[in-house]
Design a protein around this ligand. Structure first.
Ligand SMILES: Cc1cc2nc3c(=O)[nH]c(=O)nc-3n(C[C@H](O)[C@H](O)[C@H](O)COP(=O)(O)O)c2cc1C
Length: 327
């Protein structure tokens, strides 16, 4: 009999599957459905900093171009929206027995920080910060931008009486330095990585259009090396893997590299909540085949500490991968 339970940022999860922030975690009904189908924890759909501050400029900006957006934005901004967010937290806590992780998408140390305390009062078990600054100017050096991230993390970790995790993007020159700096400022967890809304181009109409909203399994490859190194470099930081986790095998790979948990989004949207049971069954079956009774027994067995100098872990250029005669 396998025990799938894990500890993530001090929270006890019955298995390492967390529903990542998405529309599927935006209502109590959806969250109850995820819990009924066996999810270990849920990260709520992010509340955006602008929604907390009810930023008038944003309403103005969009309303000029899209008059119908005015009413919509008002409904999703300010006090009413904050109340619905805290109600969602308490409702999710009342209707399930799983950890509920609130999520804030933020870009400054502004007024929204006052709201963080209300998240704790509403019963959230942890807070995930989704921070990203799109560099737009050649005049701002990366160390200045990184300092803005760290300053937010520092403030939030001090104000909020909850474990705080940071959802990072892949776009750092040295992610391990950022992880270490976040950790020393009080972050207990790191989500690697966020997957952004990206633009594509319709070349006939010469217009920007949304690129694919959902991930594929292949995208997990981009993270495995970095998790294997991060879990060796900063062992005290709890990593949860986001982007490209679709199957039980993907969960096994994430844990072998040292992650504590995995976040599911695209697979839940594509396959529905029943996929949770399929993933936990496949994870248990793999553990039984390999004679592991607990997750901790194989966590990190393929990270850089346990596989030092493994050429396939550390090599990034293709030099000798393909023999010359193939081409
Ligand atoms: C429709 C949609 C909405 C999302 N909304 C949020 C959000 O509000 N906050 C956030 O941190 N991530 C958000 N995400 C990103 C997911 O939480 C997740 O990081 C990403 O989809 C990669 O995981 P996956 O490969 O399992 O899909 C969203 C993703 C999708 C597809």
């Amino acid at each position: 009999m396998t025990d799938l339970s894990v500890s993530y940022m001090g929270l006890r999860l019955k298995n390492p599957l967390i529903a990542g922030s998405s529309p599927l975690t935006a209502t109590a009904d959806h969250i109850e459905d995820l819990a009924r189908n066996g999810i270990g924890a849920v990260v709520l759909k992010s509340i955006f900093e602008e929604q907390i501050t009810g930023e008038a400029a944003m309403v103005g900006r969009y309303s000029d171009y899209y008059p119908e957006a005015h009413d919509y934005l008002h409904a999703y901004l300010g006090a009413d929206y904050m109340n619905s967010f805290t109600t969602l937290i308490s409702e999710a806590k009342r209707r399930t027995d799983i950890p509920i992780i609130a999520s804030i998408n933020c870009m400054s140390e502004g007024k929204w920080l006052e709201f963080a305390g209300r998240i704790t009062d509403a019963g959230a078990d942890a807070l995930e910060l989704n921070i990203f600054f799109l560099p737009e100017s050649k005049n701002e050096a990366s160390d200045k931008i990184e300092a803005r991230y760290l300053s937010i993390i520092d403030k939030v970790a001090r104000i909020v009486n909850l474990p705080v995790s940071v959802k990072f993007s892949v776009r750092f020159t040295n992610i391990f330095h950022m992880l270490q700096q976040a950790y020393t400022r009080g972050a207990r967890g790191a989500v690697m990585y966020n997957r952004f809304f990206e633009p594509d181009i319709d070349i006939e109409r010469m217009e920007y259009i949304p690129a694919g909203e959902l991930s594929t399994q292949a995208e997990l490859h981009k993270s495995l090396r970095y998790i294997a190194i991060a879990s060796s470099e900063i062992p005290g930081l709890d990593i949860s893997v986001s982007t490209g986790v679709h199957t039980g095998a993907d969960v096994v790979k994430s844990i072998l590299t040292g992650a504590k948990a995995t976040q599911l989004c695209s697979t839940l949207m594509l396959n529905g909540s029943k996929v949770i049971g399929e993933i936990t069954s496949s994870l248990s079956a793999w553990m039984e085949r390999n004679r592991f009774q607990t997750i901790e027994e194989f966590r990190g067995l393929m990270n850089r500490t346990t596989r030092p100098g493994d050429p396939l872990l550390e090599r990034v250029q293709y030099m000798k991968t393909f023999p010359a005669e193939v081409f």
